[in-house]
Design a protein around this ligand. Structure first.
Ligand code: ADP
Length: 288
């Protein structure tokens, strides 16, 4: 119960002339939990909207299990759970009432069971009868995630699913996404490394409408080996091309961490973390 999505030379320019995606080519196939990482404005939401057929690319093609998206659109929508970024909930309904409504739109066979299941999955049992208007930001986000899970879709696309969630809730959802990804394709976008660090088996890093990296977290870290280091600020000479990623006041002085294509002599090399590797990748693009 999974699918393959092929993105071939896809570009997207909005009617106002803004080019949000530039000649993207990428293969996504499940089962996998794929993290789509990139700064705000990188093009993550645009890519997701294209994948769920909410937008059409200006050029290029998207194929679902080998069939062009235009032809597979109906099948895709039946198998798809999608959480958009600005998800307008129906404020006047209760959480359960809203999910009933979404289950009806999805034409599910056993809507009552599906709603119960998804409410349990997002830990929202106590609030099922509460009006959406009365829910906190995190609880509303959970209702949004619940509607994406309705009917057990074989592909899940979550646009910044952890927005508004507290640290405990984030961990709950990370684990839930990881479970879901055991037998399906799950794609989630975020600009927060911790969201992908412990759960994603594949990462796609985007910036300025382009893909900078696609592969495993280990491969991303490997790319940054030799490009991350630490130094004491007082010992440092000013260097061009050095991107400071951390600065900590300690009793011995100010300890800095930096990424660079070539580390200057005063910088002691360190094992990169996933965050270091991500920052190195983004910094290289800024330099170009
Ligand atoms: P991300 O999800 O990574 O933050 P988006 O896909 O939302 O990035 O946006 C990519 C770029 O496209 C940004 O420069 C954004 O301002 C622009 N953009 C997004 N939506 C629209 C739109 N409807 N019309 C014009 N430009 C848009």
């Amino acid at each position: 119960m999974t699918m393959e999505i092929q993105i071939q030379n896809v570009s997207m320019t909005y009617p106002n002339g803004k080019q949000a995606l530039k000649d993207l080519t990428l293969n996504l196939h499940g089962p996998s939990l794929i993290g789509l990482l990139g700064p705000n404005g990188a093009g993550k939401s645009t890519l997701m909207k294209l994948l769920v057929s909410a937008l059409k690319p200006t050029s290029g093609a998207i194929r679902i299990d080998g069939a062009p998206l235009e032809k597979a659109e109906q099948r895709l929508k039946e198998q798809l759970g999608y959480l958009p970024q600005d998800f307008g909930l129906f404020d006047e309904l209760t959480a359960a009432g809203f999910l009933d409504y979404m289950a009806a739109l999805k034409n599910l066979k056993n809507p009552k069971d599906a709603v119960k299941e998804s409410i349990c999955a997002v830990n929202l049992k106590e609030k099922a009868k509460a009006g959406i208007r009365t829910l906190s930001g995190g609880q509303r986000q959970r209702v949004g995630i619940a509607q994406a899970l309705l009917g057990n879709p074989s592909c899940l696309i979550f646009d910044e699913p952890t927005v508004g969630l507290d640290p405990q809730e984030r961990i709950h959802f990370r684990n839930l996404f990881s479970q879901m990804a055991q037998d399906r394709l799950v794609l989630l976008s975020t600009h927060i490394i911790e969201d992908v660090q412990s759960v994603c088996d594949q990462l796609v890093v985007m910036n300025h409408g382009k893909i900078l990296f696609a592969g495993t977290p280990e491969q991303l870290i490997k790319m940054a080996v030799g490009h991350v280091g630490v130094f004491w600020e007082q010992e440092a000479a000013w260097e061009q091309g050095l991107h400071i990623t951390a600065r900590v006041n300690t009793s011995r002085g100010i300890r800095c961490k930096a990424v660079a294509d070539t580390l200057p002599a005063f910088v002691r090399e360190e094992e990169p973390s996933l965050e270091d590797a991500y920052l190195y990748l983004i910094s290289r693009e800024v330099d170009q």
